[in-house]
Design a binder for this molecule. Structure first.
Ligand SMILES: Nc1ncnc2c1ncn2[C@@H]1O[C@H](COP(=O)(O)OP(=O)(O)OP(=O)(O)O)[C@@H](O)[C@H]1O
Ligand SMILES: [Mg+2]
Length: 449
């Protein structure tokens, strides 16, 4: 080869290398890069065949992953040993180029049959490096006897280095994609967990509302005798008034005074109807199933209403009720029905504890408490807390009563806390039991505007 054509050849190789370098930068698909590398390499060195072998760790061999000029059943199918028995293996393990000028005179390597089938005479292999270790081998093959010289090897090595960059890049991209996929999976998992948690929390809230409702119904159920009594009074009075009015109107002496008298009786019957309606309205609020609704409210009114619901007029005779309600307590921010439920539970417990006591005094107190809070207490002169119950106070299913559910105090605690307060047992009591709870004061509306 003349000097000019040699320089021309080198220029041609340089241009091919540069073009391939920019192709690698723009292409993400490693398989396309490798196939193009084999084609450009073969063309640049004027040989019909080139191939790229990749080391496979799990098989410990070198698989032909890309090639140019070969029969279709070779690329992607055939392998070489990854040791010094093959030319590719030798390059792979030593890192050094292997050049065979004439394979027909070679005794060092076991060459596969397809070399002869393609008429290959000369070969040259160079290493393709990976990130931390060898990745594979680039080989060119010629059917015309040829001594691949230093220039060829420098070119092949430069080419293999560009392939190596592409390989490292692709491995990095694959790792990154893997990490992205893993992250996506984690995010999806987190979303699922969050959704499950939200659903569980929702269910717990539903169950809480359900439990409170059931417990209110239960409390009301146990108070049916008192409720019936409370309704019976106005109903009996209505019947009396209406009967008397009828008799008055039936009387033989007629006159305007009779009509006035009958009208007075009917008006009284009407007042009793309103009284009965009031009792029913009070019960309806307690019985309805509902969510927490906190508004500024008068705690003293709530205490009186709750007491009326448990004791009604009739039972006052048995129990001496002391109301020590401080009228200077500012409005509290509460859900009135929930606070009523707390008070009903505490009052019922107190009344039940005093069933066998000689002295039956129930004291309900309201005071201004710690800054920002009002305090309510319920005290009785009953038997006192049994020690085993006392140890697990506010725990569910903790009862000493045969018909008790052991939920009252736990519900009291849940509801007080839902209203921003706290409940505790009074310790400084000689006879009976006492509970106190605090409730947050309603924020004051700013004066003027
Ligand atoms: N004022 C009290 N005096 C004496 N013991 C009380 C008093 N309040 C509560 N206890 C004890 O605490 C236990 C638990 O009370 P809690 O109100 O939680 O459940 P309960 O009254 O047994 O049943 P229920 O769920 O119907 O209210 C009672 O069984 C009782 O032994
Ligand atoms: Mg109870």
């Amino acid at each position: 080869m003349s000097g000019t054509s040699a320089i021309e050849g080198l220029r041609h190789q340089q241009a091919a290398l540069a073009a391939f370098g920019s192709f690698v930068l723009s292409e993400n698909d490693l398989s396309r890069i490798l196939h193009d590398a084999a084609r450009v390499c073969a063309n640049s060195l004027n040989v019909p065949y080139a191939k790229i072998c990749q080391y496979r760790e799990d098989h410990n061999d070198l698989l032909i992953v890309a090639g140019h000029g070969w029969r279709a059943d070779i690329v992607g199918h055939l392998v070489s040993t990854a040791d010094e028995r093959s030319t590719q293996g030798r390059t792979f393990v030593t890192g050094e180029p292997v050049i065979l000028e004439d394979i027909r005179t070679n005794n060092s390597f076991a060459l596969p049959a397809f070399y002869a089938e393609h008429g290959v005479v000369s070969t040259a292999d160079v290493l393709i490096k990976g990130k931390d270790r060898s990745w594979g081998v680039l080989e060119v093959d010629s059917p015309i006897r040829r001594m691949f010289d230093d220039y060829d090897i420098v070119f092949l090595t430069a080419f293999a280095n560009v392939i190596s960059e592409a390989v490292i890049n692709s491995e990095r991209t694959a790792q990154m994609n893997c990490a992205i996929e893993e992250m996506k999976a984690l995010i999806a998992e987190k979303d699922t967990l969050l959704a499950e948690r939200t659903a569980r929390e929702f269910r717990v809230r539903e169950l809480q509302v359900e439990l409170l409702h059931v417990s209110r119904l239960n409390a009301m159920g146990q108070m049916t005798a008192a409720i019936a009594h409370e309704l019976n009074q106005p109903l009996a009075a209505i019947a009396n008034y209406v009967g008397a009015a009828k008799r008055t109107l039936d009387a033989p002496r007629a006159g305007s005074d009779v009509l006035v008298h009958a009208k007075g009786l009917i008006e009284k019957a009407q007042q009793q109807t309103l009284r009965a309606a009031n009792v029913i309205r009070g019960l309806k609020d307690v019985i309805e199933k509902r969510e927490c609704r906190r508004v500024a409210d008068d705690v003293n009114v709530t205490v009186r209403d709750s007491l009326a619901l448990v004791l009604f007029g009739a039972s006052y005779a048995d129990i001496d009720v002391k109301l020590e309600l401080d009228s200077s307590v500012p409005p509290v921010l509460i859900d009135r029905v929930q606070i009523q439920q707390i008070l009903i539970n505490l009052i019922r417990n107190g009344v039940e504890a005093m069933s066998q006591s000689d002295e039956r005094t129930l004291t309900l107190t309201t005071v201004v408490g710690e800054p920002g809070f009002a305090e309510v207490s319920v005290r009785d002169t009953g038997v006192g807390l049994p020690p085993d119950v006392s140890e697990r106070l506010f725990q569910p299913f903790n009862t000493s009563k045969s018909g008790g559910m052991g939920l009252g105090l736990m519900i009291c605690q849940t509801l007080v806390e839902a209203n921003g307060g706290r409940i505790w047992r009074l310790n400084d009591i000689q006879v009976g039991t006492g509970f106190r709870f605090c409730l947050p004061l309603a924020p004051r509306l700013s004066q003027g505007a």
